[in-house]
Design a binder for this molecule. Structure first.
Ligand SMILES: [Zn+2]
Ligand SMILES: [Zn+2]
Length: 428
């Protein structure tokens, strides 16, 4: 046990979540900062793409073993699962951190800039892993008094597995990570450049979008460009389809329901004077409610069917890489928001708007309740404001400390609330 934990250890017979203990947790996390920074910079300098996280996995597993946790590797390819059994009876909860980087060439000249050309932690997963490991270290230091078991899930391939491969949360669940031991609630976070470091944002209910990637193929009939009456022009039909698809947002979906449909690619035709036989379009549909999601997908089929039939063309519509919205069960979210406020200061736990990016954390929440929050990482004064998935993205490392404080407190409060020896509480 590192010396910083001894003080905490002696205090633990007091209630885990009491104010004095909270002050101690915050102090320990602050003292951990140099090591958190070092770890995050190491991950940042060595980013690896989805399902290729070999080195990352090795570093994570080594750190967890050094804390005395039971560690399993090779889960969902390069995933790592570590179990921390507390000394007191209580529930089993999980903390999830994702591990993969993106195919982005990092801009700027940070001293810990990516050493892998064309690969970058542009989604901040280096920060997620660091916070996961910091939280594991904090909780391992309280093992004897811990009321329950904490499973740390280090998940590869959140950004999506390469074509033809399976990965991410889907494979982690398929390989039994929520079943052995049986987890009853899961916690996760995503760094958020729209919030200043030291703050956390939460959304009760649907917090991030359901995603449906789609590809559309329009089949026409080839003909000479000077004799269109002899063919079916797939480009003209595709153009009508594309415009008509936007009427789903404007005319089919309730205006107060979030939904966006984007066609991001279009390819078709072979020559300037030949009617295109085939056009392919690729896009993404994002929604927050299952009702809007179903309505939108049905409307897409109806529009494609009607427009192509009107012109004597045919179509194929294929959805892939779909997953549901990140959904924070409202009562759990409100309790967790209180824990975040305790850890970061009540003014720093903010209810925010949902975000139409997607996260495969949603898949865990299809199995068990979970809470997913946004961790502020911006520092406007220092110019750290670049969005996620850009070559300029960076985070204020003070946020790593806030993340460890927040995640540790969330877990401790949940265990305290739900353990068999929890004090009787009045309903909120
Ligand atoms: Zn991302
Ligand atoms: Zn991400």
């Amino acid at each position: 046990m590192s010396p910083i934990f001894v003080g905490l250890y002696l205090l633990m017979p007091a209630m885990l979540a009491s104010q004095g203990v909270q002050a101690d947790i915050n102090q320990m996390a602050q003292r951990m900062k140099p090591r958190l920074v070092e770890l995050r910079r190491d991950f940042h300098a060595h980013p690896e793409l989805s399902n290729r996280e070999q080195r990352t996995s090795r570093v994570v597993a080594e750190r967890l073993r050094a804390l005395g946790l039971e560690v399993r590797t090779g889960i969902a390819r390069h995933g790592v699962v570590a179990v921390l059994k507390g000394g007191q009876p209580g529930p089993v909860v999980a903390v999830r951190a994702d591990m993969d980087a993106l195919p982005v060439q990092e801009a700027g000249n940070l001293p810990f800039k990516s050493q892998n050309p064309g690969v970058m932690h542009a989604c901040g997963h280096d920060g997620h892993m660091t916070i996961g490991l910091g939280t594991a270290e904090m909780l391992a230091g309280m093992r004897k008094q811990l009321k329950g078991t904490v499973v740390f899930l280090f998940q590869p391939s959140e950004e999506g597995a390469p074509d033809g491969e399976r990965g991410g949360a889907d494979l982690m669940i398929a390989e039994g990570t929520l079943a052995n031991p049986k987890v009853e609630a899961i916690f996760g976070l995503h760094v958020m450049p729209g919030l200043e470091a030291g703050k956390a944002g939460y959304v009760p209910g649907a917090a991030m979008a359901a995603i449906d990637r789609f590809s559309i193929t329009i089949h026409g009939k080839m003909a000479h460009g000077a004799m269109p009456q002899k063919g079916v022009d797939a480009i003209v039909v595709a153009s009508e389809c594309m415009v008509a698809l936007q009427s789903i947002r404007s005319r089919r979906v309730d205006p107060i329901q979030p939904m966006v449909l984007t066609v991001g690619t279009i390819q078709g035709g072979s020559r300037n004077n030949i009617l295109a036989e085939k056009v392919q379009m690729g896009g993404t549909l994002r929604t927050l409610s299952e009702a809007t999601r179903t309505l939108s997908k049905t409307a897409m089929k109806e529009i494609l069917s009607g427009v192509t039939a009107a012109h004597g063309a045919t179509f194929e519509l294929v959805f892939a890489d779909s997953h549901p919205a990140v959904f924070n069960e409202p009562a759990l979210a409100e309790r967790c928001a209180v824990s975040l406020g305790k850890a970061l200061g009540s003014g720093n736990s903010l209810r925010v708007e949902p975000w139409l990016a997607s996260e495969d954390f949603a898949l865990y929440q299809q199995v068990i309740p979970g809470f997913f929050f946004f961790l502020g990482v911006a520092n406007s004064a220092q110019g750290i404001t670049a969005p996620l998935h850009t070559a300029e993205f960076n985070l204020d490392e003070e946020a790593l400390v806030a993340g460890v404080k927040g995640m540790t407190t969330l877990v401790l409060d949940y265990l305290e609330r739900t353990s068999p020896t929890a004090p009787i509480q009045t309903k909120q």
